[in-house]
Design a protein around this ligand. Structure first.
Ligand code: ADP
Ligand code: ZN
Ligand code: ZN
Length: 817
């Protein structure tokens, strides 16, 4: 038996970054047949010999040392949850996003039923030398031999009630006479309808240990049904209610589906879609890359309405017919009900869905269907890039420039980077698509690193909408104080008269952006974040969108006591009121995060709008992209100026994309469309290029700017962020790290180019009572550079002086907030 692997390398679930690693454990004889990399095991760790769950990253031989190693206590999984390829991705995530192995593992595997672990004990079927046992140990062995009632055994080993049994029990386990048998409770059925998700800024609320458990589970899973939450954390629904009141999370109703894909309607065949010449050219080019079976990247750059989806469908169909699998990523599942419905009709049960508004049970089931090869088309949001599919032919990223593809919490990966890795392992094609690609992707397409396919015309050959910019300064100078310019108002009247529909966009939810005092000029701010609060008309309260703090409406200014409080800024509710006043007969649909907390709310409302049950759809960013309503001929942008000036180097790119995309919602059918952009900065070149829908020119301007200021794609950028309750601690930590880096560079004689900016306060200096500082590093993202960042984080994690300071490192993410 000497040739069987005897040592398991285990990454621990509770490891902090500074001591994360692969720890060696001895594989006991009885597990040598079954244990594989990618299974979870129970091991003991540290001085207290605490039981911890770990992931087996590799198996190996270490015959010299094996007698010194602690044994694997038990094996949790019956089969490996991680394919060999995904194990490589876990290692890649660890190196590239500075997370622990286990964090990487958790993002690759859905939070399953394994959350609640109960420990049971049983005799190992082996010869026990009684002479070697102490009295206490012998007593335990005797008990186990005589008792075969599981509940009795559990009661006997309730170590809280019988603490004296812990020590002899541990010894017996170490000697290999007793084994720990964990049981992992399976979730309850999926009949629950109440779903919970975390609110923004939940991180810093004061929580009881039980509440913390709930929050941790939600952090891992994104959302879960209330029933599952209670079940897996052992909490009562009262605790969920408390968390709801604290605004840590919110609960919404969700319709129950038997499977995630939902009911199937009449089937159609993908082959019935006839591509036009442009689409055919793109399709042929894409397929020849896929057939070549080598890792490759391609950009499908197609104007809005050019029919990129039709190309995806034909590509996916062909890939599946080749016997391969396809992953299609979308930025946000709730924005793609139309696309999903189409895919269901075309591909039926071959589709698996992976996204965060599924219940945990559904996610687990979809994961298994993919792993077994039962579903070979995977559609989902960012984390679906980790789908356990094998033999991948293509990974499609629709609207590849969208922010939601970058995770801004641990692990801080970009789906594109992970997709590139997976395509590398599978000899697959990464197909990115957009009318407004990210600067990075277009740059690489220009340089020839990605293949470029262009769809220059709308499918229906309709013209792109005419876009006009309206100067709101002039409006107000000429006496129009309304939120809606005279021109846009006239156009709305005409559109409604023709029985056509309109989409109006603005970039804020809430009734007004903020309330300020006309006497002392102070805005009403959040006491925890110092950011202006947003007034919400529906409940007549102020809310902080960063930390969830809420406060009653005020009669007088909290700073000076004056009663001259006035509101400024625009929110969807206020525009809705104004529209209702101007067009009393129009049916108005308001779409924002306040009216649509669940996926099904979106679907229903979009459906109703499509059926012309509404005339005007008013909403935030969420309605700007991806939707296809042929009867919409007017798009109005009420206000978007703020988006231009967020302080992030991508704010122009994002504003340009948003405006181009929302304009592109107009005139997609047979009738010509138009769009109007209201602004206080009518001469701004980004707005004007967006009005022309001139991406090429915008790209030229923007890439020149990035080159001169040195920003991605001309370099990589790493933000090291710090936060602490005491400002002085955050500053001290940032200074410490800055000094550490200087020293590191000197010691290692590092000669890579590096520029540091800061440390300086973040744009939002305080969120939820924590002061925030950041250090920005511009460099090239090489292995040497990453080693340095890893060293920074290790040193920091080991440093007891900064226990209360939080740190993170993020490569090529946002620097805006
Ligand atoms: P994009 O995603 O590029 O903005 P869509 O994929 O939504 O565009 O297509 C725009 C419209 O053109 C849709 O109504 C779609 O049904 C139609 N369309 C595109 N390609 C075809 C095709 N090959 N056959 C029939 N209709 C098509
Ligand atoms: Zn005042
Ligand atoms: Zn706040």
């Amino acid at each position: 038996m000497g040739d069987r692997e005897t040592v398991a390398y285990v990454a621990l679930s509770h490891a902090a970054y500074s001591f994360d690693g692969e720890y060696s454990y001895l594989v006991p004889e009885r597990y040598r047949q079954v244990l594989k990399a990618g299974m979870r095991v129970l091991v003991s760790f540290g001085r207290g010999n605490n039981r911890v769950i770990g992931l087996v990253t590799r198996l190996g031989y270490d015959d010299d040392n094996k007698h010194k190693l602690k044994p694997v206590i038990s094996v949790i999984d019956k089969e490996s949850l991680v394919t060999d390829e995904m194990m490589k991705i876990i290692f890649w995530l660890k190196e590239n996003t500075f997370c622990t192995y286990y964090d990487a593992f958790k993002s690759a595997v859905p939070t399953g039923f394994s959350y609640k672990v109960d420990m049971h004990f049983a005799l190992v079927n082996t010869y026990i030398d009684r002479e070697s046992l102490s009295t206490e140990e012998a007593e335990i062995v005797g008990f186990l031999e005589s008792c075969d009632d599981a509940a009795e055994v559990d009661k006997y080993f309730d170590l809280k009630a019988n603490p004296q049994r812990k020590k002899p029990l541990d010894t017996l386990i170490d000697k290999g006479f007793v084994e720990e048998v964990p049981s992992f409770k399976r979730k309850v059925g999926d009949d629950s309808v109440k779903m919970a998700v975390l609110n923004d800024g939940y991180e810093d609320a004061d929580l009881t240990p039980k509440q913390k458990k709930v929050v941790e589970l939600l952090e891992e899973s994104g959302s879960a049904s209330v029933k599952e939450l209670c079940y897996m954390t052992g909490c009562t629904s009262t605790i969920i209610k408390r968390l709801c009141e604290k605004e840590v999370l919110r609960v919404y109703e969700q319709e129950v589906l038997r499977n995630a894909v939902g009911e199937l309607g009449d089937r159609e065949s993908p082959e019935d879609i006839v591509l036009n010449d442009e689409q055919k050219m793109a399709y042929n080019g894409i397929m020849s890359l896929i057939r070549a079976g080598k890792p490759a990247g391609a950009l499908l750059y197609g104007v809005t309405g050019s029919g990129k989806t039709s190309v995806f469908i034909r590509v996916i169909d062909s890939v599946v017919k080749m016997g391969k699998t396809a992953i299609m990523l979308v930025p946000e599942i709730s924005l793609t009900p139309q696309m999903l419905a189409r895919f269901k009709v075309l591909f039926g049960e071959n589709i698996a869905l992976l996204h965060s508004s599924l219940s945990l049970g559904q996610r687990m089931d979809e994961f298994k269907r993919i792993k077994r090869g039962e579903a070979r088309i995977i559609i989902g949001t960012r984390s679906a890039v980790f789908a356990p599919a094998e033999n991948i032919g293509v990974i499609i990223m629709d609207e590849e420039g969208e922010q939601s593809y970058k995770s801004d919490s641990n692990p801080r990966y970009h789906a594109r980077d992970v997709a590139i890795q997976r395509c590398g392992h599978n000899g697959a094609l990464l197909l990115m698509a957009s009318a407004t690609p990210s600067l990075e992707t277009f740059y690489h397409a220009q340089k020839g690193r990605f293949h470029l396919f262009t769809l220059a015309h709308r499918y229906s050959d309709a013209a792109l909408p005419k876009v006009e910019i309206i100067d709101m300064q002039t409006e107000s100078a000429e006496g129009n104080d309304s939120l809606i310019s005279r021109k846009l108002a006239d156009k709305l009247t005409e559109t409604l008269k023709r029985d056509e529909q309109a989409i109006l966009l603005l970039n804020r939810r809430g009734f007004t952006t903020y309330v300020s005092c006309a006497s002392c000029r102070q805005p009403v701010v959040c006491p925890k974040c110092n950011i202006p609060l947003t007034y919400h008309k529906k409940n007549d309260r102020f809310m902080c969108h960063y930390c969830g703090y809420t406060m009653d409406n005020l009669a007088v200014c909290p700073s000076c006591g004056s009663d001259k409080l006035r509101s400024s800024g625009v929110g969807t509710q206020r525009v809705e009121d104004e529209l209702a006043r101007i067009y009393p007969d129009a049916r108005i649909l308001r779409m924002d995060a306040d009216t649509t907390s669940s996926r099904y709310a979106y679907e229903e409302k979009f459906k109703a709008f499509e059926n012309h049950e509404y005339d005007i759809m008013l909403g935030t960013q969420m309605i700007a992209k991806g939707l296809n309503f042929p009867n919409v001929t007017l798009v109005g942008v009420i206000s978007l100026d703020k988006a231009l000036f967020t302080g992030d180097f991508r704010s122009y790119e994002r504003t340009f994309s948003l405006l181009t995309q929302v304009a592109g919602r107009s005139g997609r059918g047979s009738k010509p469309g138009s769009a109007y952009i209201q602004t206080f900065v009518p001469d701004h070149y980004v707005l004007n290029l967006a009005a022309e829908q001139n991406y090429d020119e915008f790209y030229a301007e923007e890439i020149a700017l990035r080159q001169s200021l040195i920003y991605p794609p001309c370099c990589d950028i790493c933000v090291i962020g710090f936060s602490a309750v005491m400002e002085s601690r955050a500053i001290a930590a940032a200074d410490h790290v800055t000094a550490f880096i200087a020293e590191y560079l000197r010691k290692n004689k590092a000669d890579f180019p590096l520029r540091a900016i800061g440390p300086a306060p973040c744009t939002l200096e305080v969120i939820n009572g924590r002061f925030r500082y950041r250090l920005i590093l511009k460099s090239k993202n090489t292995r040497c550079f990453r080693q340095m960042i890893a060293a920074v984080l290790k040193d920091f994690g080991d440093n007891k002086d900064f226990k209360e300071v939080r740190i993170y490192a993020d490569i090529n993410g946002d620097i805006g907030l």
